[in-house]
Design a protein around this ligand. Sequence first.
Ligand SMILES: [Zn+2]
Length: 237
Amino acid sequence: MEKRLYPGGKKKVFTVSYDDGITQDVRFISLLNRYGIKGTFNLNSELMQTESTWVHETGMVVKRLSPAAAQGLYDGHEIASHSLTHPYFEEKPRAFVLHEMGQDRENLRSLFGQEVSGFAAPFDYWSPLMAECAKECGFEYSRISEISHSYALPEDLYYWRPGIFHLEKELDEYVDGFLETDEELAICQIVGHSYDLDAENLWEKMEDIFRRVSQAEDVAFMTTIEIVRHLKALGVR
Ligand SMILES: [Zn+2]
């Protein structure tokens, strides 16, 4: 059987999925754009309206982008929902979940004028009810917080476990393994928040990773929703 590939005849795909829509996304996106990398940005539309801030454990004040500051910023990347208000969903009733997901999807669609088809779970909670609600709201996938440490296709698009969190000490090793693997349709998905790059002084390390993957000849760069649709078109999901 012929080997299945990503667009452009590429054997594997690299992507990033970053949460919360904060001011450091501006620098992060300029880095992605420099290396031709496509990312997914998971936003909370209601918190954007209030430009909410919080204090990171290092004392740094983290600030969300306002809708005006975010206009145009994410062009060429995917905007996905991260819920309206970033609640902890455990024990929340179905109507609450549907509202947090569905209304965020609507708000983001009208704010940015692009279809919003992905959902990323806030915090580390996920449940069958949430997967059901994500489907009902029209999302095509939901990315959860549990990490897979693998390059395999997600078994279930509504329980999409990302490959690695960017602060894990195995990050470099994981990326090296991706560049070496022969696994069919291998995916390398890094997740995080761009404020960590300031807090942990990680900008150079991330740039080094982006440079390395951008130099690989067999790697495609796609957003999460583009990967989902490609996998569906291939009939593998
Ligand atoms: Zn978040």
